[in-house]
Design a protein around this ligand. Structure first.
Ligand code: 5AD
Ligand code: SF4
Length: 460
């Protein structure tokens, strides 16, 4: 019987894609995917290290897996992803029942590592070189991309597929662990991306989010020509089949005019822009080493609004960064009020060992203050999101139907008529009653009610 594989994924869309590609490589090697970890011969945990809280949750989840190993000692448990690069051998010490640790830049090795473990070679670890020690070229080579071809058998949604256009990050914002766990920034060749998108188009894929840690710094040299993200979008826009192209996450300083105009001019590019501001205080932005001022960020917003008036703009903010005063925080509040973001993700600063801010600054904002600032900012943003959502009531929007809604799944609806969930071109979530046959189609829906994060509509 084929070996059963279960993959648990936490964290961002990069991890979702990595899990999909690891699963595809193992399915090719003869494994079968299962939802239930109890039925699995191999359990892989794809992990995140962006905040302490995420790591704590992963270590306790790993602890809970121990009894599954006690019952079946031959079962293989692996930790892959960002925490594997950050904690390396520490993982074996904290969770001795773990058999393998493989970092994001080494995921292509998972099948062979699994074979070694199964053959009785004992705990195995494959991680990339440390960026601070090794020379650039060998570091780059140690962060190897996963092969995205032949991924079809395990793609979770037929009509949507994530496509990575670049790896890693070179920004080294002082709070962020990503540059050390995901390695140096490397853009994929245009031709390779185009071929992947064509393949997905042939498979009936309608929506393609292009992924990169700083996606809009994409740059690829081919002969005489240098391709920017706007040039890549121009190429992909011509491919028949896909209806929507998106790109996440943007770095404010690279939100250049050519890119904003590409969003305006290319019909398939969604007017949806996630551009994290992180703070509204120049003093804090400088400490974060973000490379722009709040004023420059505001100018960028104004340029987007002027060029693409109906764009949905979203942001990330960190509250309670080292040395953040009440006045600094008020400047962030002002930016959220003025920015009119569709929504914002708000995080409490979490110090990450190995980052510049952990080394240089005291994590001196008390937890209670971080929490108060987080809740305060969230309340302001939520009120804006609600107003924004309510402006849709009475309007008809196009949605790509993704599947049964969460409510439908909770109710365990089984008939053909279910509550469906989909998204507008601007990434707004819409639910409506309809037939399962509509899943994967683009339909028109009239909105009759709205909460901050969901629009309720009638299928026309
Ligand atoms: N603490 C809190 N939030 C963080 N982020 C990144 N690093 C940290 C950290 N150390 C947030 C940023 C980023 C998002 C993905 O996570 O806002 O945009
Ligand atoms: Fe982290 Fe800054 Fe790179 Fe984003 S741009 S991944 S916040 S270092």
């Amino acid at each position: 019987m084929a070996k059963q594989l279960h993959i648990e994924t936490v964290g961002c869309q990069m991890n979702v894609l990595d899990s999909e590609l690891v699963a595809a490589s193992l399915v090719r090697a003869g494994y079968q995917l299962v939802d239930n970890p109890r039925k699995a011969d191999v359990i892989l945990f794809n992990t995140c290290s962006v905040r302490q809280h995420a790591e704590d949750k992963i270590y306790s989840a790993l602890g809970r897996l121990k009894h599954l190993k006690d019952h079946h000692p031959e079962r293989i448990i692996g930790v892959i992803g960002c925490m594997a690069q950050k904690d390396q051998g520490l993982i074996f010490r904290r969770a001795p029942h773990v058999d393998l640790v493989v970092s994001p830049g080494q995921l292509g090795r998972v099948p062979e590592v699994l074979e070694r473990v199964a053959a009785g070679a004992g705990p195995q670890m494959e991680v990339s070189l440390d960026r601070t020690w090794a020379v650039r070229l060998s570091v780059e080579r140690s962060f190897l991309p996963l092969d995205p071809s032949q991924r079809a058998p395990t793609r979770p949604a037929r009509h949507q597929a994530l496509v990575r256009i670049m790896f890693g990050c070179n920004k080294f914002c002082t709070y962020c662990i990503v540059p050390s766990v995901r390695g140096p920034e490397q853009s994929r060749p245009v031709d390779e991306i185009e071929a992947e998108v064509r393949q997905l188009a042939d498979q009936g894929c309608l929506e393609i989010p292009l992924l990169g840690q700083t996606v809009n710094s994409y740059k690829h040299r081919a002969g005489e020509r240098t391709y920017r993200l706007s040039d890549l979008l121009d190429r992909l826009n011509d491919i028949e089949g896909p209806r929507r192209l998106k790109f996440v996450t943007n770095y404010p300083r690279h939100m250049t005019r050519d890119l904003i105009e590409a969003v305006r001019d290319l019909p398939k590019v969604s007017p949806y822009l996630h551009v994290p501001a992180q703070s509204g205080s120049d003093r804090i932005l400088k400490r974060m080493k973000r490379g722009y001022t709040a004023g420059a960020y505001r100018e960028m917003l104004a340029q987007i609004r002027q060029t693409v008036p109906d764009a949905a703009i979203t942001s990330d903010f960190i509250v309670g960064f080292c040395g953040e005063t009440e006045e600094d925080f008020q400047q962030t509040v002002d930016l959220v009020r003025d920015g009119r973001f569709k929504n914002s993700f708000i995080f409490k600063y979490s110090t990450r060992p190995g980052t510049k801010s952990a080394e240089k600054y005291a994590d001196d904002v008390p937890y209670d203050v971080k929490r108060r600032r987080n809740n305060g900012l969230l309340a302001i943003q939520n009120a804006i999101s609600l107003e924004d959502s309510q402006s849709f009531v009475g309007r008809t929007v196009e949605i790509l139907v993704e599947g049964p809604s969460k409510t439908s799944l909770k109710r365990a609806e089984t008939g053909p008529a279910v509550q469906l969930a989909g998204r507008t071109v601007c990434d707004r979530i819409v639910v409506c009653e309809g037939d399962r046959g509509l899943i994967g189609r683009v339909i028109s829906v009239e909105i009759y009610q709205a909460t901050a994060f969901t629009l309720f509509g009638r299928f026309q």
